[in-house]
Design a protein around this ligand. Structure first.
Ligand SMILES: *Cc1c(COP(=O)(O)O)cnc(C)c1O
Length: 227
């Protein structure tokens, strides 16, 4: 019942602030995911394609699956038929590949651009400038994002440094929020669908929420005992 309890407590806190919750289920057995599902959780995140596909097949079909890990172009086709959102888009080529495969499946896939805000070398994602270039290249004559018909850019995702320095974490989240506000003003003036800022994990979600996150991705806080 641990998962169940954690779920309810977190949901209550997040709901009161209208923050969305993706339960990060990577590495967790199907039984534990089902426990969270039975506690009314519907959004789950995975970071590996094969694991995501396996779990999709075994679990209820009303789960909204989020891809949150690095995605190779040649694996896009395995998840496009069912995935709800791809949060880890880190290049224009990947975005175009998702669009092409989504078209074949007659779907429109919600995507987030993953931005590298951490100082560590190990974190994936684009620099602010790269993301701007992509948004610029997608800009239509009406000055708004449109040309890729089978993807919908819903916002940004970022991971802060894995450090005990709370102020550094805060600065990193703040830089992403500022960039999010900037691109919304510049590129999404006619559509309001760009409304997701995915930041915050088990160790830093409180700071992320204070800095303007609209969606947190929590694994350990849900599936482990005392985090
Ligand atoms: C694993 C992971 C999380 C969740 O991490 P926890 O510390 O378990 O909450 C969130 N986002 C991404 C991209 C991850 O890979």
């Amino acid at each position: 019942m641990q998962t169940d309890d954690n779920m309810h407590k977190l949901k209550k806190k997040l709901n009161s602030q209208r923050i969305d919750l993706v339960a990060v289920s990577k590495g967790r057995p199907v039984e534990q995911i089902r426990e969270a599902y039975d506690a009314d959780q519907r959004d789950f995140g995975e970071n590996r394609v094969q694991e995501l596909v396996e779990k999709y097949e075994l679990l209820p079909k009303d789960i909204r699956w989020h891809m949150i890990g690095h995605l190779q172009k040649n694996k896009v086709r395995y998840i496009v038929p069912f995935v709800a959102m791809i949060q880890s888009v880190d290049s224009l080529e990947l975005l175009e590949k998702i669009n092409a495969d989504a078209q074949k499946n007659n779907r429109v896939i919600d995507c987030l651009l993953q931005i590298k805000i951490a100082r560590e070398e190990t974190k994936y994602g684009m620099e602010f400038e790269e993301a701007k270039k992509i948004l610029e290249s997608l800009k239509s004559e009406q000055n708004d994002i449109q040309p890729l018909q089978n993807i919908c850019i819903r916002g940004l995702m970022g991971m802060a440094s894995n450090t005990p320095d709370q102020e550094q974490i805060r600065r990193e989240f703040r830089s992403l929020k500022n960039f999010y506000d900037e691109i919304k003003l510049k590129y999404f003036t006619q559509h309001t669908h760009c409304n997701i800022l995915s930041m915050g994990m088990s160790g830093d979600w409180r700071i992320a929420v204070e800095e303007g996150s609209t969606l947190v991705r929590l694994g350990r806080a849900i599936f482990e005992a005392d985090v």
